[in-house]
Design a protein around this ligand. Structure first.
Ligand code: GLN
Length: 279
């Protein structure tokens, strides 16, 4: 019988040209963790048969380029376990940073009576993490994709996060309901249509969640035009954005609103990634 370590290295030697050892180790770690086994304490023990079988099967998909989180069927976001399917984008580390900044802002305003909407919620990542970390927030979320919403609903339920979800394009459901929010947050699809994107992203992740028109900014335009109908006085609009969109997005925001304060923050890789628009 094979040990976990032997299983790992056999897969590595088979797919050396396609997969790195860190991805394989992380995959095996997650399969073990889900069964209450800590891989790093068990490397030289005989591998559990069902884990070994699942690992062998999943490694084939990984070698084809399928992202690890789709192979696993879940992802970790801000410490919360979220189901992911090919109908939703895999939550990114950068988006966790957006949660961190928003929590700091919420802390600063010292108001327990805040409402927030997550526009284009996908897996529900932003809405769920924010609701769990700041339970007093009243949180709503929208997505245009019903399949994505089903995933988000399940994630909210599994994480016991009280969020109301709406099917619809950007802010439209809230304009129709005459809803008002203190905070609007969105990680819209922002990649320009003709930008080269890694195969594992382009071939597997939902294009509706990735591409934002010729300059990548179509969804920001769509959202910004409805902001006055939905944002409360002195509200905040927070975006994730592409690393090279600071100038274009700043100009776009100013073309809609003259008297707002714009603050752009970099992600951990030093790239412009988040924009905060204070009204
Ligand atoms: N950050 C994602 C990527 O680079 C894109 C996310 C988005 O368009 N909102 O793949």
């Amino acid at each position: 019988m094979e040990t976990y370590n032997q299983l790992l290295f056999r897969a590595y030697h088979k797919y050396e040209d396609k997969l790195d050892i860190a991805t394989l180790r992380l995959y095996l770690y997650e399969l073990c963790y889900a069964k209450g086994i800590n891989l790093y304490l068990m490397l030289d023990e005989t591998a559990d048969e069902s884990i070994a079988n699942e690992f062998e099967k999943g490694v084939k998909d990984l070698a084809l380029g399928k992202p690890l989180n789709y192979v696993l069927g879940y992802s970790w976001f801000y410490g919360y376990k979220l189901k992911v399917s090919p109908s939703v984008l895999i939550p990114r580390f950068e988006t966790e940073e957006l949660v961190g900044h928003l929590l700091a802002y919420i802390d600063e305003v010292k108001n327990d009576d805040l409402s927030l909407v997550d526009v284009g919620t996908g897996s529900g990542a932003l809405a769920i993490a924010l609701k769990k970390e700041a339970p007093f927030l009243k949180v709503k979320a929208s997505d245009i994709s019903l399949d994505a919403l089903k995933v988000a609903l399940e994630n909210a339920r599994d994480n016991a996060a009280e969020i109301t979800f709406y099917e619809g394009d950007m802010l439209k459901p809230f304009v129709e309901n005459n809803d008002k929010f203190d905070i609007i947050v969105s990680n819209p699809p922002y990649i320009p249509d003709d930008e080269n994107v890694e195969h594992s992203v382009k071939d597997y992740e939902p294009h509706v969640a990735l591409f934002g028109g010729q300059d990548g900014l179509d969804h920001y335009r769509d959202l910004l035009k409805d902001v006055p109908k939905v944002l409360k006085e002195n509200g905040l609009v927070a975006f994730e954005m592409g690393y090279n969109q600071k100038e274009a997005l700043t100009n776009l925001v100013h073309s809609y609103f003259e008297n707002v304060k714009i603050d752009v923050q970099k992600d951990i890789n030093g790239k412009d990634r988040m924009m905060f628009v204070k009204f």
